[in-house]
Design a protein around this ligand. Structure first.
Ligand code: NAD
Ligand code: GLY
Length: 369
């Protein structure tokens, strides 16, 4: 395993903003993490009813030396609340406290809080600064980095949002201690994703270290979060607005989003849907003749070791396909898939309808009688 300092910092460089991802156990309580952020009289911590009681006081203490007024807003927990109504609670809070356009927002929580707080920051007074303080594995390796912010629409996942980069991302690996095992597995799905799309050696490393990752071994987590963020920073640095390359980060997501929307948000975790979607996209890649069938078995074995689902729920093939048409990669109604061209390299392309339907049929649980 490559050695990494306890407090690494990875730079994300985009045309509009460059910022650091700070990673380490105890980053929340380290004064250095909070130096040099935009100055303002007011700061707002947006969190939820699960994370707030555990970590908000530590964040309030860390911010107190820098902002005269640090207020806290706790939103209801869950993907089902990633909507207009809940987003509006952030604007209500900001306006009720007469927060000005320098106010800094801090997103303390998983991807749902990060995406909603980022979107609120992009919109409030046409844009205020925000900082990501991700507390799930999934948010630390993916959603907090790269500036995609959004809420869901009943017709499609993350359909209303903005590209808006944070001022900094602060990943305290100690916050993962309180994360339920199912959420750790969901985060591992997004870590696994980086191997097939960008780094074959990293996929080997994950396979060799999967038990250590599941046991939340500190060194293994540091390497996995660090390498995932390096890859994401590299991709986002080349294609912030997803004109091309960035779409590879959506490996498994076209199938996965259909599962999430088909079941209703909040039934399967996002990472679980992505895991199943990656297996389906791997199979599609094999059926297109890009990778051998052995790669599909390899992905299935790894995902199963993480206790991630590898069989889609019985959504019905026509409905599944309709849901995939709402994907943001679709062009002129044509669904486009992230496929693995060789292990460590991905591409985006359409696929014959019959092949896609076969993949859905072969990877779905039978409908209940
Ligand atoms: P989440 O935000 O719902 O968090 C999962 C659960 O863990 C929640 O119940 C949360 O309250 C709880 N939790 C968070 N931190 C905890 C901690 N330290 N200890 C105990 N419990 C904790 O889900 P998620 O998996 O973090 O994020 C999924 C969301 O991220 C989805 O909405 C997805 O669309 C989005 N996402 C966005 C991007 C992006 O680029 N913006 C990328 C991937 C996913
Ligand atoms: N999670 C996909 C992206 O950030 O582009």
């Amino acid at each position: 395993m490559s050695s990494r300092p306890a407090f690494g910092a990875i730079q994300v460089v985009t045309p509009g903003r460059s910022y650091d991802i700070v990673i380490g156990r105890g980053a929340l309580g380290d004064a250095a993490s909070w130096q040099g952020l935009p100055r303002a009289s007011q700061a707002l911590i947006v969190t939820n009813d699960t994370v707030g009681p555990i970590y908000a006081s530590a964040l309030q203490a860390a911010l107190a030396p820098h902002y005269a007024d640090v207020s806290l807003l706790s939103l209801p927990d869950g993907e089902a609340h990633k909507d207009w109504q809940t987003l509006n609670l952030i604007f209500d809070h900001l306006l009720s406290r007469a927060c000005d356009r320098k106010t800094v927002l801090f997103a303390l929580g998983g991807g749902v809080i990060g995406d909603m707080t980022g979107f609120a920051a992009a919109c409030y007074m046409r844009g205020v600064p925000f900082v990501q303080v991700p507390t799930t594995l999934l948010a630390q390796v993916d959603s907090s980095v790269g500036g995609k912010t959004a809420i869901n629409h009943p017709r499609g996942k993350n359909m209303v949002g903005a590209f808006y980069q944070p001022e900094r991302v602060i990943c305290d690996l100690a916050t993962l201690d309180s994360l339920p095992a199912r959420e750790v597995a969901a985060g591992l799905a997004e870590i696994v994703k980086y191997g097939p799309i960008a780094d074959a050696e990293f996929l080997d490393w994950i396979e060799h270290n999967i038990d250590a990752l599941l046991a939340r071994d500190a060194a293994a987590l540091l390497h996995a979060v660090g390498r995932s963020c390096e890859i994401k920073a590299w991709v986002v640095g080349q294609d912030e607005r997803e004109a091309g390359l960035r779409a590879i980060l959506n490996f498994g997501h076209t199938f996965g989003h259909a599962i999430e929307a088909g079941l209703g948000y909040g039934h399967w975790l996002h990472g679980e849907a992505v895991a199943c979607g990656m297996l389906m996209a791997s199979d599609l890649s094999a059926r297109l003749g890009l990778v051998p069938g052995a790669f599909v078995d390899r992905m299935r074995r790894l995902l199963q070791r993480c206790a991630l689902p590898t069989q889609a729920p019985p959504i019905g093939i026509d409905h599944f396909v309709d849901l995939m048409r709402v994907d943001k990669k679709a062009e002129g109604g044509e669904i486009r898939f992230v496929v693995i061209e060789s292990v460590g390299r991905a591409g985006v392309r359409p696929a014959p309808d019959a092949l896609v339907r076969q993949v859905i049929a072969d990877h779905s649980a039978p409908a209940r009688a």
